[in-house]
Design a protein around this ligand. Structure first.
Ligand code: ZN
Length: 187
């Protein structure tokens, strides 16, 4: 059994060093990305869309050249456990999602995903075992047509110096940088 170009064991090792622990979502995510890559339409360069910020973006970044930093991975906050890979010129792609109909066949995975048990009652060995056993079998696949311009990263435009903090920021954000407009997370 392979996940992307890695063996199952190699993938588990990668996840632990990158993500910190073997999260069940990253194991499912590995199979999601793997299935999408095996069903890519023709095309040389592809981009990725991830429909949740939780876990899944790390699977995409481990298994494909698409990262948040290089702009080839877009993360949407839909809360759906799904990834689409698509050709960046034609927009033709494939979307793979966790299929709740199929997930029903794996009781521990089902109760984990729908948070039916408190964490301490979860059997994580059984959970990971079920996910591994299921592989692609809890997933479904559909063709998609993406509108690439709608996902293009906005150009930064002119750069200004913020009169409050003295740091450079995109002038289109206004008179001051967003940090000095009250959006800063720092107390
Ligand atoms: Zn500022």
């Amino acid at each position: 059994m392979n996940i992307g170009t890695y063996s199952y064991e190699e993938y588990v090792h990668l996840v632990k060093s990158f993500h910190g622990s073997m999260a069940p979502g990253l194991l499912i995510g590995g199979f999601i990305v793997d299935l999408a890559m095996k069903n890519l339409p023709e095309g040389e360069f592809f981009d990725a869309i991830c429909e949740t910020p939780v876990c899944l973006p790390d699977a995409v970044q481990l298994l494909t050249p698409c990262t948040i930093g290089n702009g080839w991975l877009k993360v949407l906050d839909f809360g759906r456990f799904a990834v689409a890979l698509y050709d960046k010129d034609s927009g033709k792609g494939v979307r793979v999602y966790l299929d709740s109909e199929k997930l029903k066949n794996w009781s521990e995975a089902w109760s984990w995903f729908f948070k039916l048990k408190p964490k301490k009652e979860q059997n994580s060995e059984l959970l990971l075992g079920q996910i591994k056993e299921a592989g692609h079998n809890m997933l479904s696949l559909q063709p998609v047509q993406v509108d690439p311009p709608s996902l293009q990263r906005k150009k930064l435009g002119p750069v200004a110096i913020c009169p409050a903090c003295g740091e450079a920021y995109p002038a289109r954000h206004g008179e001051r940088c967003r940090g000095c407009q009250g959006e800063s997370p720092y107390l």
